[in-house]
Design a protein around this ligand. Structure first.
Ligand SMILES: [Zn+2]
Length: 267
């Protein structure tokens, strides 16, 4: 445990997935010991979005997001078009804090750029309709992502696990977006991510793990947990010349503001 007043919010962790979902009480307990006391759990398809909402209903520390990720775009959606209707109904019923994770992934060969952009923009429209922020996944598609986001100037959100480098980041910052940092900043040789982490303004940084998927300097991919947000916070503090308490205070305030949740945990 460390001496800060405020708890860390892991703004991106898949507590609906293995191995985390089978040991949820222990995972949450280990997180709390590391000072991480709230969790935003994004869905990536309808089933995981429903599962995230169920978790949020049972654990006050968990907030859900719902959406269709480009990797989970089914062949039906690719062929006949994507309907946001089931997500809209789920949002009405369960009040998620965001639409996500959604985005573009050109590292995947499965679906064309046009289909991906169409599904993304339909969900950006849903976010605008529901006045919700978005959680964006993007690989090798930062320019086209920017063009899609620009069509929805009323929508803001976070570019999660941002890997687009320091030059492009300005575009997303100018559009009102937050930038999510996790295990990447703990890797001494992750030059691009660490350089970006130095220049993003204080009021736009978020902490995340993408647990269990993205690892860190010391944790293998597939084995990370929300507790690892602490190591990312320490790395960010060092990179930006701030104290750990300062980084925690500002990233938690940012997450609370973006997702409209309380700054302090209710416990
Ligand atoms: Zn994710």
């Amino acid at each position: 445990m460390f001496a800060v007043e405020m708890g860390i919010i892991d703004t991106h962790c898949h507590l609906t997935d293995l191995p985390l979902k089978n040991n949820l009480d222990e995972v949450i307990q280990r997180a709390e010991i590391a000072g991480v006391d709230r969790f935003v759990v994004p869905g990536y398809d309808l089933a995981s979005s429903r599962a995230a909402c169920r978790l949020a209903a049972s654990f006050p520390a968990i907030k859900a997001a719902i959406g269709l990720h480009p990797a989970w775009l089914g062949t039906a959606e690719a062929k006949t078009g994507f309907s946001p209707e089931p997500f809209r109904q789920l949002a009405r019923l369960r009040h998620p804090v965001a639409i996500g994770e959604i985005g573009l992934d050109y590292a995947l060969a499965d679906y064309s750029a046009a289909v991906q952009a169409d599904v993304l923009e339909t969900q950006l429209e849903l976010a605008a309709l529901l006045s919700l922020p978005v959680i964006i996944h993007c690989r090798r598609a930062f320019e086209p992502l920017y063009l899609s986001l620009r069509k929805f100037p009323g929508v803001i959100g976070v570019i999660h696990a941002y890997g687009g480098g320091p030059k492009l980041v300005e575009k997303f910052l100018d559009s009102g977006y937050y930038i999510g940092f996790g295990g990447g900043v703990t890797r001494p040789h992750a030059r691009k991510v660490r350089e970006t982490a130095r220049i993003v303004p204080d009021d736009r940084i978020l902490l995340e793990t993408d647990a269990p998927y993205i690892g860190s300097h010391t944790v293998l991919k597939g084995e990370s947990e929300p507790k690892d947000c602490l190591a990312a916070a320490q790395a960010l503090a060092e990179l930006r010349g701030l104290s750990l308490a300062e980084i925690v205070a500002l990233t938690t305030a940012n997450a609370a503001s973006l997702f409209k949740i309380s700054v302090t945990s209710s416990r």
